[in-house]
Design a binder for this molecule. Structure first.
Ligand code: HH2
Length: 260
């Protein structure tokens, strides 16, 4: 089980927007997450929260490049959370070894070839629609079956572009074009996605499905983040993408100590 700590270098991320916009603050935050047990630091310069407006390539690059350069070379691997090939290329040049693409290589035609050529690990995530509109009225025949067949198709597309299978991780995209019921169903039936045979990345951290259950704001969702992360780990998730690395790490340590 690996923890992927979130380092958002954005003014508008849903739970921590604006906190780490200054590169030195973002690097310091990343180092804290690393010390708290993050095996991966996921650096993002564009919010994908519901309704978020896209950011220009130049702006996204200016945000993430100094942070990646500052974090590379530590004990944690650095991941770039982007759907733009030019941003991914610059991030890889600065030391990133994982590309976390919430569009699963559909957002930029150059992305698949770039990842294949550079030999990086690629996270392929499911999203219905795009961030601006994805929460309008998401609907599925069977959310788990639909997400599973999408991920199988995107895995095939990555392999066809020359990405090595052992470098692909898959993510059902909790909160990306899903109702709270869809998210809960995906978490409950994670085992079905494990059948795809690739490591699963799960990001429930501070997301609004938790708030739908109890009315909590993003800053008040640590309990729900821990519960959903521990359950995802028990269901076989390989990577948990979280903001609160120290707290989730402790919860996982206790879970492992009890269950073995
Ligand atoms: N969730 C967010 C962003 N990137 N990547 C993957 N692979 N899986 C996720 O679940 C995921 C992701 C949204 O969280 P956050 O970065 O905190 O917010 P924002 O997009 O507003 O920056």
């Amino acid at each position: 089980m690996k923890l992927m700590g979130v380092v958002n270098v954005t003014p508008d991320s849903f739970s921590d927007g604006g906190l780490y916009l200054d590169p030195s603050a973002a690097v310091a935050h990343g180092r804290e997450l690393e010390a708290a047990g993050a095996a991966i630091l996921d650096v993002g310069g564009e919010s994908t929260r519901p309704g978020a407006e896209p950011v220009s390539e130049a702006e996204e690059l200016a945000r993430v490049r100094p942070v990646i350069a500052g974090l590379a070379g530590g004990t944690a691997a650095v991941s770039i959370d982007t759907s733009k090939a030019a941003v991914a290329a610059a991030a890889i040049a600065a030391g990133a070894t994982i590309v976390n693409d919430v569009t699963a290589l559909r957002g930029d035609q150059e992305m698949a070839a770039l990842c294949a050529e550079r030999g990086v690990t690629v996270v392929l995530m499911h999203m219905l629609g795009e961030p601006r509109t994805m929460q309008a009225s998401p609907s599925y025949d069977d959310v788990v079956a639909d997400v599973k067949s999408f991920l199988a198709e995107r895995l095939e597309a990555a392999l066809a572009a020359g990405v090595e299978e052992e470098r692909v991780w898959l993510d059902p995209g909790i909160g990306f074009g899903k109702t709270a019921a869809h998210n809960l169903e995906l978490l409950r039936r994670l085992g079905e996605l494990r059948e795809l045979g690739r490591p699963l990345v799960i990001g429930t951290s501070r997301k609004s499905f938790i708030g739908r259950l109890d009315g909590s704001e993003a800053s008040e969702r640590l309990g729900g983040t821990i519960a959903s992360s521990v359950l995802a780990a028990a269901e076989g998730a390989a990577v948990l993408r979280v903001h609160d690395v120290a707290e989730v790490s402790q919860a996982l340590a206790v879970t492992t100590a009890v269950l073995g």
